[in-house]
Design a protein around this ligand. Sequence first.
Ligand code: CTP
Ligand code: CA
Length: 224
Amino acid sequence: IEAELTAGPLVGKRVLVTSGPTHEPIDPVRYIANRSSGAQGSALGQALVALGAEVVFVTGPADVPPPKGVQVVRVQTAREMQQAVQQALPVDAAVFAAAVADWRVATASDHKMKKTAGGLPVLELEENPDILAGVAQMGAGRPRLVIGFAAETENVTEYAAAKRRRKGCDWIVANDVSPETGIMGGSENAVVLVTEENAEPWPRMSKSEVGRRLAARIAETLGS
Ligand code: CTP
Ligand code: CA
């Protein structure tokens, strides 16, 4: 039995969360992907539900299951994710925690590619649509709060601030995903919340706690 929350600062608010990686097919049995586990997206979704939000959770093929109490939309590719996001609108806030593949194979093979004597296959790539930028730059119907994530391996705050301006979103939650941090695939995260005003480094904490703090900030902002 699922009971709708009737109390909490996000009751009556609809929030979109994208989460997990995307898979871009090469042929029927192979794909391009990345190491996103979906853990931070799921933690955030759970925290938003706990504050009473109606959550649409658009997820690629993640390792971590979607949280209880959200409306789950499962997708594989970036283009499917973009369609699902468009169908979820309008929302009060949209958080793009997914690690969307930047490129897809221009022409995926409809049969399993075979090794051939004398020659390697060449994969021609095409850029995927920027789902976050599309929503952040909407005119009418733009969510009040549009939040992106930025996984970087160097110059985290500078790159994230530039990304925020370029994409036109309100906040960027930036983190350092260099292998030595153990963040990608781990249970902890160390983020910097980049807004128009400043860059706020948060101490290293569990992904659940990052989710709760971020959900609380969203509630505070939508309530003001
Ligand atoms: N994003 C998106 N659609 C894409 C690529 C990224 O919605 N095609 C979103 C991600 O969900 C994230 C934010 O944009 O919230 C930043 O993603 P990131 O990969 O850091 O940015 P890119 O613009 O792809 O730049 P980079 O070259 O650093 O990968
Ligand atoms: Ca990218």
